[in-house]
Write a protein that binds this ligand. Structure first.
Ligand SMILES: C[S@@+](CC[C@H](N)C(=O)[O-])C[C@H]1O[C@@H](n2cnc3c(N)ncnc32)[C@H](O)[C@@H]1O
Ligand code: SF4
Length: 408
C-alpha cells in the first residue's frame, strides 16, 4: 500500500497569543488575526483599514487604533501617501507607556526607514538577484514557530510559468523554491524544468519527506538541494520539527543517503538552531558531514517572527552561543562550508513570493511582514519601485551557490 503522506496547512503559530476576550468581528480581533492564511492579502487589509479609519473619526485620539491602522497601512503595499498617513497616525499618538511605547517606537523606526527609502533616489535598473518562492501551501509537518507565510490560495502550473517568465525577463539569477514542501505540489518538476530552461539557477528547499530515487533523478539540474536536519536524535529533532512520524531522523538520513547513492553532490543541509538543540550542533555536524553529497551546512538562528511569546522564551538562543559551537565545528571540518545566519541580519533580506503569487518581505520583529505586490498581475518593475524594499539588505545573505557570491 502506498504510504499516506500528511498534507496540511500547519496551524497558525500566533494563535496562542490571541486575546480571546475580543468578540469576533471586533476591529481589534480582526487586527490580531491579520496574518492568518486567509487574511493576509490586500483585500482583507484594505477592508480592515477602511473600518479603522471610520472608527477613528469617532475616537481620533485612540492610541491603539492609531497604532494598528498605521501598522496595517504599512503592511498593505503602501504607496508614498500610505506612508504619509502612517506617519501622521504615529505622530498623533500622545498617551503611551511601557511596552506600548516600545511598540510605537519600533513601528516608527520601521516607518522612518521606509520614508527615507521613498524619498531617496533609487536605481530604476535594480535587479532582484535572489527570489525565494514558497510555492505550495501544504506541508507534511507543523514545526514549532515555523515562519513560513502560508496563504490559502495555490497557483497553477500555468501561473507559475508566467511568474518564472517575469523573473527571467527582469534578470533574476537565483530562484529558491520552498514551501510548505514543494515536493508535495505535483507540478513542481515541470516548474523546475521550465525555470532552468529560462536560464535561472534553481534551488529546492524541501523536507525530503517524499523524496525517492526517481524524483531525485528529475532534480539533478538543481543548483542545490536543501534538506533539513535539526537534531541528531528523534527527541531533539522534535523540539522544532513536529510531525506524527516517530522516526524523522532516519527519514532525513535516508534522503541524504539517496543523494550519495545517485552521486548528486550539491546538497546543502539546513538546521534551525534553538535553545533546544544548541548543544546538539556538533553531533548534527558529525552526522551530515558523513555524507559525501553534503557540501554546505547553513545554521539558521531560530527566529520568532511568527511565534507566541511562550514559544519564543522556550526556543530563542543567543547568536553568541551558536557561534561558539560553529567555530569548533569549522575547525573540525575545514573542507566544508559552514555558515551561520543570524536572525536580525535577515531583516528585509527576502523578496518572497507566496503560493498565491503575492510578494512579501519581512522585518525582524513579531508580525513584521509587508506585502509589496502580486506577480500574478504586477510586473517586477512595479514591485521593485516599492519603498518598503531595502536594496542594501537584499544584497546581503547566505551565498546561494556553493562557495560563490549571491544570497539566500
Ligand atoms: C519555511 S522552510 C521551507 C522548506 C521546508 N518546508 C523545510 O522546512 O525544510 C525553509 C527553511 O526555513 C526554516 N525555518 C522555518 N521556521 C523557522 C524559524 N522560526 N526560524 C528559523 N528558521 C526557520 C526551515 O527549517 C527551513 O530550513
Ligand atoms: S519549517 Fe518547513 S516543514 Fe516545518 S512547518 Fe514550516 S514549512 Fe513545514
Amino acid at each position: 500500500m502506498p504510504e499516506k503522506i500528511p498534507q496540511i496547512l500547519p496551524p497558525h503559530p500566533l494563535r496562542p497569543d490571541y486575546d480571546r476576550s475580543l468578540a469576533p468581528g471586533d476591529i481589534r480581533d480582526d487586527f490580531q488575526k491579520r496574518l492568518e492564511p486567509q487574511n493576509f492579502n490586500v483585500a482583507y487589509l484594505s477592508r480592515l483599514a477602511a473600518r479603522m479609519s471610520e472608527a477613528l473619526k469617532h475616537s481620533p485620539d485612540d492610541p491603539s487604533l492609531r497604532y494598528q491602522l498605521a501598522f496595517v497601512t504599512m503592511q498593505n503595499a503602501p504607496t508614498t501617501s500610505g506612508l504619509a498617513l502612517a506617519d501622521e497616525l504615529l505622530a498623533g499618538i500622545r498617551r503611551r507607556s511601557g511596552t506600548d511605547a516600545a511598540a510605537v517606537a519600533r513601528l516608527r523606526q520601521l516607518l522612518d526607514g521606509m520614508l527615507s527609502r521613498a524619498s531617496s533616489a533609487r536605481p530604476s535598473d535594480y535587479t532582484v538577484q535572489r527570489v525565494n518562492w514558497s510555492i505550495n501551501n501544504r506541508c507534511p509537518m507543523a514545526c514549532r514557530g515555523c515562519y513560513n507565510p502560508f496563504v490559502d490560495d495555490q497557483i497553477t502550473l500555468g501561473q507559475a510559468t508566467m511568474i518564472v517568465d517575469k523573473l527571467a525577463r527582469h534578470g533574476t539569477t537565483d530562484l529558491v523554491i520552498a514551501g510548505g514542501d514543494p515536493l508535495l505540489w505535483e507540478p513542481i518538476f515541470d516548474t523546475v524544468d521550465y525555470a532552468i530552461g529560462t536560464g535561472l539557477q534553481v534551488a529546492l528547499d524541501t523536507t525530503g519527506y517524499t523524496l525517492t530515487h526517481e524524483k531525485l533523478e528529475r532534480l539533478t539540474r538543481l543548483s542545490t538541494l536543501r534538506l533539513p536536519m535539526d537534531g541528531s536524535t528523534h527527541e531533539v529533532q522534535r523540539a522544532f520539527r513536529r510531525s506524527a512520524d516517530r522516526d524523522l531522523t532516519s527519514r532525513f538520513k535516508k534522503s541524504l543517503q539517496m543523494c550519495d547513492d545517485v552521486g548528486f553532490r550539491r546538497v546543502r543541509v539546513h538546521t534551525v538552531a534553538s535553545r533546544q538543540n544548541v548543544n546538539d550542533l556538533e553531533a548534527i555536524a558529525e552526522i551530515i558531514f558523513g555524507y559525501e553529497s553534503v557540501q554546505q551546512w547553513v545554521v539558521f538562528q531560530w527566529w520568532g517572527r511568527r511565534a507566541s511569546r511562550a514559544l519564543s522564551d522556550e526556543m530563542t538562543v543567543a547568536a553568541e552561543e551558536i557561534e561558539s559551537r560553529m567555530a569548533r565545528i569549522r575547525a573540525a571540518h575545514p573542507d566544508k562550508e559552514v555558515i551561520f545566519a543570524e536572525a536580525t541580519d535577515r531583516e528585509f533580506l527576502n523578496f518572497m513570493i507566496q503560493s498565491n503569487g503575492q510578494v512579501v518581505t519581512f522585518a525582524a520583529g513579531l508580525a513584521e511582514e509587508f506585502i509589496v505586490g502580486n506577480l500574478l498581475h504586477d510586473e517586477m518593475g512595479e514591485i521593485i519601485a516599492h519603498p518598503i524594499l531595502d536594496f542594501a539588505a537584499m544584497r546581503r545573505g547566505v551565498p546561494v551557490a556553493l562557495q560563490e557570491a549571491g544570497a539566500s
